[in-house]
Design a protein around this ligand. Structure first.
Ligand code: AMP
Ligand code: ZN
Length: 142
């Protein structure tokens, strides 16, 4: 595994800063976004520091997408949203703000009017923590 000491997502992987973890395996980690575009917004990352979609080695990208599917299934089961966007921002011009590859699993509600560049507004940490537990509970039963 290769990490970047200054990368916030590498710090999350190593447990140096807290996160609401919902799924973890040998090569990937999923956790809740603390500035959720909608309730249930989760992130999936490789346990390897690669800055973005175009740089990512194929095996890390594949593992990340497979975990994203598992997370999306659990989010679907937990929240029954109208839909789910699976989103990757590539580059600052596309509103990428963290340069460690990550896939957004973003539940959608009809009429939420969520735009591609949703703002980073801090969520309610208690509510995020509760949702994380509910999603986690639905992770293994699919
Ligand atoms: P992007 O703008 O596509 O690079 O997405 C980065 C995402 O990481 C944003 O949605 C942020 O809310 C999220 N984020 C940043 N720091 C943290 C953190 N410490 N824990 C959880 N999510 C984070
Ligand atoms: Zn990193």
């Amino acid at each position: 595994m290769t990490f970047d000491a200054d990368c916030i997502f590498c710090k999350i992987i190593k447990g140096e800063i807290p996160s609401f973890r919902i799924l973890e395996d040998g090569s990937t980690l999923a956790f809740m976004d603390i500035n959720p575009g909608n309730a249930g917004h989760a992130l999936v990352i490789p346990k390897y520091h690669t800055p973005d979609f175009l740089e990512a080695p194929e095996d890390w990208l594949s593992a990340t997408m497979v975990t994203a599917q598992k997370v999306a299934r659990a989010v679907e089961k937990t929240l029954e949203p109208h839909g789910i966007n699976i989103v990757v921002a590539h580059g600052a011009g596309a509103a990428q703000s963290v340069f460690h590859l990550h896939v957004h699993v973003l539940p959608r509600a009809e009429g939420d009017d969520l735009r591609l560049n949703w703002g980073l507004v801090p969520g309610d940490m208690d509510a995020i923590g509760e949702l994380a537990e509910r999603i986690k509970a639905n992770m293994g039963v699919l």
